[in-house]
Design a protein around this ligand. Structure first.
Ligand code: NAP
Length: 286
């Protein structure tokens, strides 16, 4: 089965749009997401455009603030402080990566935790690892939603995550653990990677290398989630970390690239923005 993240995201966004449609009357306004884009990296511009488009679909107000790559760290922190203090802003997202002269960790920590729609703030990360209520990072949250929508039973399964980044690998491993999978996290120093991945009943791949995972690394009937977004070095087209054509016949469930994890990530960003808005309106969890 190929899970269409695109279709799932569409139906979730439709549901969110219905909910958001009632907010003007109930709260006097709709959620407001502020996105900061520093510089003009083509990938970042396209992600920010996708976020603005999804906001429009759901009925969320989106303000994209573009700043030159030469912006100083101080100026960026001042902009964040301004948005933190703005009562009409519910979510703040700083598009990554940032230019090298800016300390990304400092910027992430500067966002008011109640407006941290990315779920990257250290307090949100701590809350995730302590199983406290928090804003979940969008990509891992979307992956769990996809698995559930596909009817994949997670509890008791052997799950292998390749990649240990703060934004994908580690949090998705934690969420799978919370769903009672037995989780292994593999990375660039893992020995006999194919042996490890062949054990996986659920394999999540978040490396950033085109078609790195080949059919011999995957068990018959495995569930394969491909997080990678790469340019095929030959065709220049988007492709994942998984050799989709070779693995699709073997896998019981697989996600395509594009149209898999990516649209779910944006959809979860919309959901997180609504959650931050509602918490601000009610001082409560949804
Ligand atoms: P990252 O920070 O670069 O982390 C990559 C991870 O892969 C690292 O933990 C690294 O191991 C591991 N790795 C690299 N080469 C490896 C190898 N040969 N064997 C085993 N492990 C290896 O990347 P990321 O931010 O997690 O993103 C990963 C991919 O997902 C990228 O393609 C990115 O564009 C994509 N992505 C997609 C979405 C989406 O919504 N679809 C969202 C976020 C990211 P070490 O820790 O040992 O270096």
């Amino acid at each position: 089965m190929i899970i269409s993240g695109k279709e799932l995201a569409l139906s979730l966004k439709r549901r969110l749009a219905e909910e958001v449609g009632t907010f003007e009357e109930r709260y006097g306004r709709v959620p407001h997401l502020a996105v900061i884009l520093v510089g003009d990296d083509a990938g970042s511009v396209s992600y920010v455009t996708g976020k603005a488009k999804a906001s429009a679909e759901v009925g969320i107000r989106n303000t994209t603030l573009r700043r030159p790559a030469t912006i100083s760290e101080e100026e960026l922190l001042a902009l964040i402080a301004e948005l933190n203090a703005d009562d009409e802003v519910d979510g703040i997202l700083v598009q990554l990566p940032l230019p090298k002269h800016i300390d990304t960790d400092k910027v992430i920590a500067a966002v008011d935790v109640s407006k941290d729609v990315d779920g990257f703030h250290p307090l949100n990360v701590a809350a995730l690892w302590q199983k406290q209520p928090c804003t979940l990072p969008c990509t891992p949250k979307g992956i769990i939603k996809m698995l559930k929508a596909a009817g994949v039973e997670i509890a008791g399964k052997r799950a292998v995550v390749i990649g240990r980044s703060n934004i994908v690998g580690l949090p998705v491993a934690k969420l799978l653990l919370d769903e009672n999978a037995t989780v292994t996290v593999a990375h660039s120093r893992t020995r006999n990677l194919a042996e490890v991945t062949s054990q996986a009943e659920i394999l999540v791949v978040a490396i950033g290398r085109p078609r790195f995972v080949t059919a011999d690394m995957v068990a018959e009937g495995a569930v394969v989630i491909d997080v990678g977004v790469n340019r095929d070095p030959e065709s220049g087209k988007l492709c994942g970390d998984v050799d989709f054509a070779a693995i699709e016949p073997k896998a019981s469930v697989i996600t395509p690239v594009p149209g898999g994890v990516g649209p779910m990530t944006i959809c979860c960003l919309m959901e997180n923005t609504v959650e931050c808005f509602l918490r601000r309106m009610h001082g409560r969890e949804r």
